[in-house]
Design a protein around this ligand. Structure first.
Ligand code: NDP
Length: 293
């Protein structure tokens, strides 16, 4: 048996087309161009590359980017002042402060200073609380990407056994809450979990977000299960550097029913989900019902 490959690139392209159409509708019917402010502090190479792709993606769907690249010695007070300016700017519907931040800046204070309705990363404690209590909210982008990929295989999650390996505030925690809100039966595993392999073997849907290259082996997977691999790990094989997930793909693809590849699975979806959040934020700020993208 070979698993169905959950093609994140194709699903992301379809979603991008839908976002573009809804952006166009907002502009043509209501005269509003959604604006996304992307704030980068310092010169982290990976962060620079992420923010460049995000700004490009924003333009491609007809939204307006507002890019801020500030020096590494920016103070916390200066950054909070920028966020407050963006909070008050009616041309800006979404604010994203790229993490990590330099050591003199406390990321939790910055996240808390973003107005929750413009928090397109979905990291603000108020948005986390809304997710927890089942209220409409802006959710973090990677978990949205994962749930959309899961739903491409399982339109209903009612009663399904899901194992979420990892409990970070960016991926594991919010994704497990989204899965619970979808009526799945969710188990969350972390570094103190005992019998991880047995838990994996019971899962009908296995989501892994731990940051450990090819950690989950093929014989840990229930035959026919759906595997969502969030991991992005750079490894060196035979002097060549490449990216692998948290799941041993070559083994897993022979056992799973469906699986996301790395690269080409969750990664391409995540950035489009940022556009989804910006669009939703714009509709909500205009007092309109959010589109069903
Ligand atoms: P974190 O390091 O913040 O969290 C890792 C989580 O995994 C922790 O909860 C940790 O447990 C748990 N964990 C680590 N090792 C094990 C283990 N051996 N067994 C069980 N649990 C374990 O990572 P992130 O959530 O930010 O990212 C996870 C991965 O996803 C990374 O590879 C990252 O690059 C990737 N990623 C990909 C994105 C995408 O768009 N595709 C976006 C974001 C992240 P504990 O809490 O006990 O420490």
């Amino acid at each position: 048996m070979t698993a169905k490959i959950i093609d994140g690139k194709t699903i992301a392209a379809d979603l991008r087309t839908a976002v573009k159409a809804e952006t166009h509708r907002l502009t043509s019917e209501h005269g509003m161009v959604p604006g996304l402010a992307v704030v980068l502090v310092g010169d982290n190479a990976a962060s620079k590359s992420y923010v460049t792709s995000k700004s490009r993606a924003v333009v491609e769907v007809g939204m307006r980017p507002f890019d801020y690249h500030w020096p590494a010695d920016t103070t916390e007070a200066e950054l909070i002042a920028l966020v407050q300016k963006l909070n008050a700017d009616p041309a800006v519907q979404g604010i994203l402060v790229q993490l990590p931040l330099p050591p003199q800046i406390n990321p939790a204070r910055i996240i808390a200073s973003i107005t929750p309705d413009k928090d397109v990363d979905g990291f603000h404690p108020i948005n986390a609380g809304r997710l927890m209590t089942g209220l409409p909210t802006l959710m973090p982008c990677t978990p949205i990407a994962c749930i959309k990929l899961i739903k491409s295989v399982h339109p209903s999650l009612l009663g399904l056994d899901v194992l979420m390996v990892g409990r970070s505030h960016i991926v594991g925690n919010p994704l497990s809450q989204i899965l619970l809100n979808e009526n799945a039966t969710v188990t969350v595993a972390h570094t103190h979990t005992r019998h991880l392999q047995e838990l994996c073997r019971r899962a009908e849907i296995l989501c892994v977000a731990i940051g450990s290259a090819e950690f989950v082996r093929g014989d840990w997977i229930k035959p026919g299960a759906t595997v969502i691999d969030v991991g992005i790990n750079r490894v060196n094989h035979g002097g060549k550097s490449h990216i692998v997930g948290d799941v041993n793909y070559a083994e897993a693809v022979k056992v799973a029913g469906a699986i996301t590849p790395v690269p080409g699975g969750v990664g391409p979806m995540t950035i489009v989900c940022l556009l989804v959040n910006t669009l939703r934020a714009a509709y909500m700020q205009a007092g309109l019902p959010p589109p069903s993208v």
